[in-house]
Design a protein around this ligand. Structure first.
Ligand code: NI
Ligand code: MN
Length: 228
């Protein structure tokens, strides 16, 4: 069964891998780009990259309703635990865990991670998902860093990269990231949710196609990607 990747707007992604539904950085109810609200999604895994509101907003609500296993850093797991989320598995950078869908490893991200109430959200991360049909890398919120080359050496089927600028890499650095990661496919994320992070993803996609051998895919919120 092929992996199905759906963009739910901003930095929220849904990955259907085999029988599992993995929700990454749930931000739906207050996300102006989301195709539907948080009560419409029922994952059995929730991955949280860092503590910012545009990544954790609906995590507790969805986790409590569905009982999904939340994979996040130790500080975010504790913060969710205090809100009544019982099913969490705490990680730290470089660590990973094995599940029915495959392995998830917490990768570096150069960003910050305070939680909405000011609590310490630990260190931010990205995710490397090793699924039945290949490695899927979600950089999540980060600037460009040269160690992306090491992640790329694993062999990536897909990289999901922020291009919005201001809070994360912008288009120029995201293009440099593609050159370090060398994924087969790339999809832009974390842009056009609000005016400060507006970008022309088609222009960026044409640069990727012209300067790298990676195939870019520009999605609209709600769109789905199935890779060959
Ligand atoms: Ni952030
Ligand atoms: Mn963000």
């Amino acid at each position: 069964m092929p992996t199905i990747v759906t963009w739910l707007g901003h930095a929220t992604w849904l990955v259907k891998a085999g029988a599992d539904l993995i929700l990454i950085d749930p931000f739906l109810d207050d996300n102006p780009a989301a195709p539907y609200k948080a009560d419409k999604v029922s994952p059995n895994f929730i991955l949280i990259s860092h503590g910012h509101g545009d990544h954790v907003a609906d995590a507790a609500q969805i986790a409590k309703r569905t009982g999904a296993l939340v994979l996040a850093n130790y500080e975010i797991c504790n913060w969710l635990g205090a809100q009544g989320v019982k099913n969490t598995l705490a990680h730290n950078l470089g660590g990973g865990s094995q599940h029915s869908f495959g392995r998830v490893q917490f990768t570096l991200a150069h960003h910050s991670s305070s939680l909405p109430d000011g609590a310490n959200g630990g260190n931010p991360s990205g995710f490397l998902l090793s699924l039945a049909d290949g490695n899927y890398y979600f950089a999540c919120d980060t600037g460009l860093f040269y160690d992306m080359k090491l992640i790329g050496e694993r062999g990536l089927k897909l990289a999901v990269l922020p291009i919005g600028d201001l809070f994360t890499m912008g288009p120029d650095d995201a293009l440099a990231a593609v050159k370090l990661l060398k994924p087969q496919h790339v999809v832009p994320s974390h842009f056009n949710t609000w005016p400060p992070i507006e970008q022309d993803a088609q222009v960026w996609s044409r640069r990727v196609a012209a300067e790298t051998s990676t195939k870019p895919h520009v999605l609209k919120p709600g769109d789905t990607l199935i890779l060959p």
